[in-house]
Design a binder for this molecule. Sequence first.
Ligand code: PHE
Length: 343
Amino acid sequence: MESKFKKLKEEAIMALKAVKDKIDLESLENKILGRKSGELTDLMKELKDMNAEAKKAVGQIANEVKKEIESALEQKKRELSESDWQKSLAKEKIDITAPSLPPFERGHFHPNTIVQRDLEDLFSSMGFLILDGPELESEYYNFTAVNIPVDHPARDSQDSFYIKNHPNWLMRTQTSSVQVRAMQKYGAPLRMISPGKCFRNEATDVRHEHTFYQLEGVVIDENINFGHMKGVLEIVAKHLYGKDTEVRLRPKFYPFVEPGVNGEVTCFLCKGKGCRLCKETGWLEILGAGMIHPNVLREGDVDSKKYQGFAFGFGLTRLAMLKYGIDDIRLLESGDIRFLKQF
Ligand code: PHE
């Protein structure tokens, strides 16, 4: 009798191992423990006919067997009800000693873009609009509208790339082409900058390139004077090169401003003492500026009696070269990955 119980237990445990799902488990449970005809139930019934002493001994074993089978069934039930993700999680482990993946190479901005974005942030903090203008431009916006008529010598100093069979179209030579576009679109008062690519037909060398970047600015309002202009330019200079930086404005002719100036800042390398970078002058030329010529305001449909304004143009490419100590302008448009990787 005793061995019958033990055998039943072994068989039950074996059968349980093979169980794969809840349905199998349920039928196995029925087969062993079922009230009417379970194998264990039947065996238990046989105990009734035994004498008291044997009943006591075997009964104990029978109870133990029953308990063991029940707990094995219970355990299997729990295993089967764990969800798939719990199972795969239990199997997973992280080997913290494994070598990491090779570093993921991230892209980054071109030096021109870094300088441009920095200035865009500064100017938008002062309430300037940031405008775009077309690179393929009409002769009108690039020259005529900014007070450079057809026979003006300034046209020769800014030779560009013209479009075959379209003599009135060219690659813009300066971002000043956006001045009148902006006035016509937004009117006065106006506060805007417009950074972007410019093109000139140059014989290239370390200081000249056919493609480069400028950042134009225009401020128009009532009672705007030269002092406002100098104030804005000083803010930019100090932002770029530190609070001790000074701005020097000296007269220079540009057809679209009157008076016009050429703007320099204290050389950040020698602090004004004179060095190779500033060609011993102590100053670095970085911009052109001036009070907007009434002809240009009129061209932009701005009432030149009521409004005044100033305009400025930074050499963005030049700023990037100064910032990073780049001594050959041609590197910037070269697309040379060895150069670009350094920024
Ligand atoms: N457009 C001028 C240049 O390319 C710079 C400039 C802009 C000067 C605005 C005065 C005012 O040289």
